[in-house]
Design a protein around this ligand. Structure first.
Ligand code: 8YV
Length: 330
């Protein structure tokens, strides 16, 4: 690495305060237009950067990373999920990867809870009805716009890490019964606090839940974890909420079962082929769709940027960065 300021390439526009600090500390190449980089531009960036700061929208697969320059030593992801980065290739090339865990936990859990409320209670349907000039509201009616109660229902959380637990805390306060599936049970203390029931068998849990929330990372092991077969285990009255990664659900299979009314509905913030969304999901009255915005708060994005800076600084100072990613974590 050169003795002058390190060459840090940031692939997307970040909050002003973060970019200002990056300019002070590094020879920062910023993306002021915020146009997502093409594959060729990513390859060029990997060839020239000392540090690369990508986001979820940058696919750093082995084809891109195998062309990286000798000087690329750190990929400081702006985000918690690192499924856009081929971790085998980075390990083989001795490149360190860091992420930004913790600072988007509460915001993501808030949005998950918002979807858990919005879908069964038909919130978007109701809100858009009134503002559509084609609709004439005839006034209150005892049988109109009826949704389903969430109080007392069973919530099955898939992935009981930081975000899963933050969802559980909120959901418990709303009177939901907490169930979860995870690689291993959480501590007894946490289970007690959340009054949570562990299901070793995902299949068995799915068949008994009223609402499913996906809160696990996307890894080779969780790709299409909710396969067509598993989606078929859900009760016809069940809802699915996904604020994690679209790839965890077989999106075509989900669209089919929604269309066939084999489940009651879904709340989706993430999609398998973003920014594309299966049109059947867009046009279904029983699905609430959001454009990947669960962590989209200005506070969260500034905290994420701060974490990226601390990870870069510590790494460049010769220390182990606080949020170093090990493949085994995912
Ligand atoms: C971010 C996320 O918006 O951090 C993550 O894993 O999914 C998001 O909330 C995005 O990934 C930033 O790269």
């Amino acid at each position: 690495m050169s003795a002058s300021k390190p060459n840090v390439i940031v692939t997307r526009r970040l909050p002003d305060v973060v970019e200002t600090r990056m300019r002070e500390l590094f020879d920062a190449k910023l993306n002021i237009d915020d146009r997502p980089m093409s594959r060729d531009e990513l390859i060029e960036a990997a060839k020239t950067a000392d540090v690369l700061v990508p986001t979820v929208t940058d696919r750093l697969d082995s084809g891109v990373l195998s062309q990286s320059g000798e000087q690329l030593r750190l990929i400081a992801q702006f985000g918690t999920g690192v499924d856009n980065v081929d971790l085998d290739t980075v390990r083989n090339r001795g490149i360190t990867v860091t992420n930004t865990p913790g600072v988007l936990t509460e915001d993501t859990a808030d949005m998950t809870m918002a979807l858990i409320l919005a879908v069964p209670r038909r919130l978007v349907e109701g809100a858009t009805f009134l503002v559509n000039p084609d609709n004439k509201w005839a006034g209150w009616s005892p049988t109109w716009m009826l949704g389903h109660r969430i109080y007392g229902k069973r919530l099955g959380i898939i992935g009981m890490g930081r975000i899963g637990q933050a969802v559980a805390r909120r959901a418990k306060a709303f009177g939901l019964q907490i169930h979860y599936h995870n690689r291993r049970p959480v501590s007894e203390e946490t289970e007690k606090e959340l009054e949570a029931t562990y299901w070793e068998s995902l299949d068995q849990m799915l068949a008994r839940m009223d609402i499913i929330s996906i809160n696990c990372p996307h890894t080779p092991a969780t790709f299409h974890l909710l396969s067509a077969r598993r989606l078929g285990l859900l009760k016809p009255t069940a809802y699915i909420v996904n604020t994690a990664r679209g790839e965890v659900i077989d999106e075509n299979a989900l669209a089919r079962i929604i269309e066939a009314e084999q489940i009651a509905g879904a709340g989706l913030d993430v999609f398998e082929h973003e920014p594309a969304v299966n049109p059947k999901l867009l046009n279904s009255g029983r699905v609430v769709v959001l454009p990947h915005m669960s962590s989209a708060t200005i506070e969260g994005r500034i905290d994420m940027g701060e974490k990226v800076i601390v990870n870069i600084k510590t790494f460049l100072d010769g220390h182990s960065p606080p949020d170093r990613v090990h493949a085994a974590m995912f």
